[in-house]
Design a protein around this ligand. Structure first.
Ligand code: ATP
Ligand code: MG
Length: 211
């Protein structure tokens, strides 16, 4: 394994509703492949494409994320998007994190294939791409072959800052997990046990609270 390089930090943004092994596998794979010092998980406030009511309250998503990452000494969590409140735009996430990190730090923003393919619809995509290097990871069901075509001129300008990383495929999504829970099905072994317990204790996603 390569040594961590001082000043390289991975940023893993997401709604984490709930966090699952796909997120964790991706973050660990990126840390190793890019010799990142650590990965900061950043639970989003309200994602731009979702209404507030559709998203589980921030305190639950924050705590589930914290429970999921706790056992990995290289994983951290940040509240920047929750403390800013409202709709989360990555350009603000990166600006806030940058102001908290030492000036020489190079941020690596990690996204799944589905997310990066939509970067043109983000707020200020060119600013986002100039603030951080991007690690675009493979995700089952989404192809990265179309990336250069999908993001056109941005790709031409920023291609040196967009790194494609193949990661062990994990065919999980939070949407799929929420659906399973609503149907009363098991999510054991799909998310960390601590997260399963939290969901059951709090009665999230239509589960009945345990007493
Ligand atoms: P939802 O179904 O609610 O959108 P999700 O599983 O896509 O949930 P997000 O919180 O939206 O999870 O994702 C955060 C980041 O993790 C995004 O960049 C997304 O592309 C990436 N990601 C999520 N699941 C996977 C996976 N199984 N493999 C690779 N990347 C993933
Ligand atoms: Mg998603």
């Amino acid at each position: 394994m390569t040594e961590a390089q001082a000043g390289r930090i991975g940023i893993m943004g997401g709604t984490f509703d709930p966090i699952h092994y796909g997120h964790l596998v991706v973050a660990e794979a990126a840390r190793e492949a890019f010799s990142l010092e650590k990965i900061i998980f950043v639970p989003a406030g309200i994602p731009p494409h979702k209404a507030k009511e559709e998203v589980t309250p921030a305190r639950h998503r924050y705590l589930m994320t914290l429970l999921a990452i706790m056992s990995n000494p290289y994983f951290e969590i940040s509240r920047v998007d929750l403390d800013r409140g409202g709709v989360t735009y990555t350009v603000d996430t990166l600006a806030d994190l940058k102001s908290q990190l030492p000036p020489a730090v190079q941020m690596y923003f990690i996204t799944g294939a589905d997310a990066i393919l939509e970067i043109l619809s983000w707020k200020s995509p060119d600013q986002v791409l100039s603030m951080a290097e991007f690690i675009a990871v493979t995700r089952p069901g989404y192809g990265l072959d179309q990336l250069s075509q999908a993001i056109g001129p941005l790709y031409a300008e920023f291609r040196d800052r967009i790194h494609i990383l193949e990661v062990p495929p994990v065919g999980l999504s939070s949407t799929g997990l929420r659906r399973r829970l609503v149907e009363g099905r098991s999510i054991r072994y799909l998310v960390p046990e601590t997260v399963v317990a939290y969901i059951n204790n709090e009665g999230l996603y239509g589960t009945s609270p345990e007493r």
